[in-house]
Design a binder for this molecule. Structure first.
Ligand code: FAD
Length: 363
């Protein structure tokens, strides 16, 4: 049995950044990724999302990000990640979907079906894409139309001629309304009135990240960084704005019926499609056997420095780093966290050398 110094789970921006820095620090590790190809979640983004539409993809360490273009993000970013993995000789193994990470007398065992990797430390970089979130509303199962989530958005043409209800107050909802508004009948509902921002400078960005970190520090499940940055309409959304799509927003309905949705005041809107742009949750179910969650349901992270995006170490188990989680759940955050995690891994390895008599490591 080989005992790795580190295992990284996930080869998106955060996992690649971690692997780059682990390699640089000479840490013997492997990266396990569930996808059959490079690209992390980007390979699954919808076809109409161009490099011009994305909210900014940060550079990877030692590799500038592809620039603004009309090319598809789900092609450009995966190709860039693939080149990166090859040119930096990152030890990515795929497809490997990790089911569970368990503790075996001080060593971590990463399990995927019958396969096992034993390691002294773990960097979890599994993102959120594999855990789409749809809130429960009474009557959802009786709806005769189509319901789908952001993660399955098939492009605007799919909705032509149908009345679409977009649910959610985040960037994806704004973008879908921008695409659908000019070509079909759309309605928009959100839990809270949207917060529109005029400008978004560095201070506003820092404050948004701090808000997420405050939750994580308290052991609460993280909100997404994007959810606290506020919303802005881009040129792509101006036509829908001109048509009044964003002004016709309503609060959440109370229940779903066969042909539409009903509010608490009894009013009803018939709809053919409910598009749930209701976000994602951190994909950390495989870490459950390590009992990292606080009583509030989130995984609290240790914060040692002033930069909240470099808080990566699980409070309840310093062998485990979480990157792309909470305050580092953005491409720039994933990058910073990847470096911080690699440094924390090395520190842990130095402070906790393997016992000479550890037969598992010497076998
Ligand atoms: P991911 O890219 O999701 O990579 C995680 C990897 O882990 C995947 O390859 C996945 O297959 C793998 N994995 C998951 N579970 C397992 C498992 N159990 N075993 C093995 N492998 C596993 N951020 C920005 O900064 N700019 C943007 O423009 C932007 N646009 C976004 C658009 C949308 C629609 C969404 C949902 C998010 C967007 N974000 C954006 C936020 C985005 O999630 C992050 O920026 C970043 O892409 C996440 O990188 P990551 O490495 O953390 O995760």
């Amino acid at each position: 049995m080989h005992v790795y110094d580190g295992v990284v789970i996930g080869a998106g921006q955060a996992g690649l950044s971690a692997s780059f820095h682990l390699t640089r620090l000479g840490v013997d590790h492997v990266v396990l990724d569930a996808n059959p190809r490079p690209g992390g979640a980007w390979q699954h983004r919808w076809d109409s999302l161009s490099m011009h539409d994305v909210h900014g993809v940060a550079d990877l360490p030692d590799a500038p990000a592809p620039g603004d273009s009309v090319e598809r993000a789900n092609v450009v970013v995966p190709a860039w990640f693939g080149d990166y993995e090859r040119s930096h000789h990152l030890p990515v193994v795929r497809p490997v979907r990790v089911d569970a990470v368990t503790d075996d007398e001080g060593l971590l065992v990463v399990r995927a079906g019958e396969r096992r990797w034993t390691t002294r430390t773990l960097v979890n970089a599994t993102g959120t894409w594999t855990r789409p979130f749809i809130p429960a509303y009474p009557g959802a199962e009786t709806f005769r139309g189509e319901q789908l989530h952001t993660s399955a958005y098939p492009g605007a043409a799919h909705f032509d001629g149908r009345r679409v209800l977009v649910v959610g107050g985040g960037a994806s909802a704004v973008q879908f309304l921008g695409e659908l508004g000019p070509r079909t009948d759309v309605l928009w509902v959100t839990r809270r009135p949207p917060v529109w921002r005029d400008h978004f400078d560095e201070n506003a960005g820092r404050r948004a990240i701090e808000l997420v970190q405050e939750r994580v520090r308290a052991g609460l499940p993280p909100a997404s960084v994007v959810s606290v940055t506020g919303l802005a309409l881009r040129p792509q959304e101006q036509e829908a704005a001109r048509l009044g799509v964003y002004e016709r927003r309503r609060p959440m309905f109370a229940r779903i019926e066969r042909d539409g949705v009903r509010w608490a005041d009894g009013s009803f809107e018939p709809v053919d499609v409910i598009l749930w742009a209701t976000g994602f949750r951190p994909a950390v179910g495989h870490l459950a056997p390590l009992h990292l969650r606080s009583e509030h349901g989130g995984i609290a992270l240790l914060q040692s420095g002033a930069d909240v995006q470099t808080a990566t170490t699980a409070l309840r188990d310093p062998r485990v780093q979480l990157v792309g989680y909470g305050p580092s759940a953005s491409t720039i955050g994933g990058n910073r966290a990847g470096r911080a995690a690699a440094l924390a891994v090395r520190r842990h390895l130095l402070e906790h050398p393997l016992e000479v008599g550890d037969e598992r490591a010497l076998a």
